[in-house]
Design a protein around this ligand. Structure first.
Ligand code: KG4
Ligand code: ZN
Length: 327
């Protein structure tokens, strides 16, 4: 089985070819950091236009790299949401056009499902059900992944996503854009105990996350402390919240065979190390995809497409793009 995957829901344009046997034959990615940097964040109009310009050449480059033709592909998987609607439409319409032209089925993939199943691309031994902490720029959720298209959401954020808090902290500290990796680098030079910061909802009987108060506390503390100390203290506060909420979810929902992390923030070394320790505490396997598979990419969309195709799930060509689409 050979699947072409397309991703364009935020500020990465990507195309990948992945087989049902977990071989990534090609994965191409064009970031847009330089275009958005002057604005300190992603500008939807600029993003959509950039996706239009680079997606088609990326698809051609991916097919070339894999040494296959569109006719060799079994299905075309495109992100159909959630995300910035202009960008999602570019990728989905491109997927529909390719599917129609080649006479292949379309698979409309939920971007979150791409993140949720990406650990199974990285690890052939990862079986259902698993506890997934999905932490990205737009989402912060705990999901019990019971199977393909079977996701039980146990917790979500009541305000900001963890990645959003990383990006905002970077902006406050003048560390630039994109923020997550910049905060992690600065944190490595700082003292995580230097700045007292809150751990919103830590210890709460409620299942959810909250990061808005932490973000506000960073803004208040920043002028009086070294940037590296604020970064380190902030990162530690996020890690403490993620661990506390994940530990609670593991107590409430049993049966998970592994603790898994995915999404852009899963690229953070501190987050990974703390989750690994939590998994060990519970005698669970810990699975984290490699960094390139955590941040947005098309291999995870192609893989989710492969999993859905194997389950007999394809979509009509009039499937609509969705800005909001809970798993
Ligand atoms: O999954 P992703 O690429 O896009 C979304 O679907 O949102 O996640 C992007 C988010 C951004 O907020 C970015 O700052 C964060 O992931 N991120 C990180 C790191 N790398 C990316 N956050 C913390 N540490 C990192 N190393
Ligand atoms: Zn994402």
């Amino acid at each position: 089985m050979l699947i072409l995957g397309l991703e364009s829901s935020c500020d990465e344009t990507a195309a990948a070819l992945v087989t049902g046997e977990r071989q990534v034959l090609a994965h191409r990615l064009a970031g847009q950091e330089a275009a958005h940097r002057p604005y300190g964040g992603v500008v939807p109009e600029i993003a959509a236009r950039a996706h239009v310009e680079v997606l088609q050449p990326l698809v051609e480059a991916a097919l070339d790299e894999a040494g296959v033709a569109l006719a060799d592909v079994d299905a075309i998987a495109a992100t159909a949401g959630p995300g910035l609607i202009g960008g999602v439409m570019v990728g989905l319409v491109t997927g529909k056009a390719l599917a129609h032209a080649a006479g292949k089925p379309l698979i409309a993939v939920n971007h979150l499902e791409g993140h949720a199943l990406s650990p199974r691309l990285a690890d052939p031994d990862l079986a259902f059900p698993y506890m997934l902490l999905l932490v990205s720029g737009g989402h912060c959720q705990l999901l019990l992944v019971e199977g393909v298209a079977r996701y039980r959401r146990l917790a979500t954020t009541i305000d900001d996503a963890a990645g959003e808090a990383f990006d905002k902290t970077a902006k406050i500290l003048g560390l630039g854009f994109p923020g997550g990796p910049a905060v992690e680098r600065a944190a490595a030079q700082g003292n995580a105990r230097a700045v007292p910061l809150p751990r919103p909802l830590k210890g709460s009987p409620e299942p959810h996350f909250s990061f808005a108060g932490l973000k506000a506390a960073v803004a208040r503390a920043a002028p009086d402390h070294a940037a590296a100390d604020v970064a380190a203290s902030f990162q530690q506060a996020v890690v403490d919240c993620l661990i506390d909420r994940t530990r609670r979810a593991l107590r409430v929902a049993d049966g998970a065979t592994a603790l898994v992390v995915a999404g852009g923030v899963a690229a953070n070394g501190g987050v990974r190390a703390a989750l690994q320790a939590l998994a060990a505490e519970d005698g669970l396997r810990f699975v984290a995809p490699p960094g390139w598979l955590c941040t947005d990419n098309a291999a995870m969309i192609a893989w989710a497409g492969a999993e859905r195709f194997a389950a007999g799930l394809t979509d009509p060509l009039d499937t609509a793009a969705r800005a909001r689409w809970p798993l």
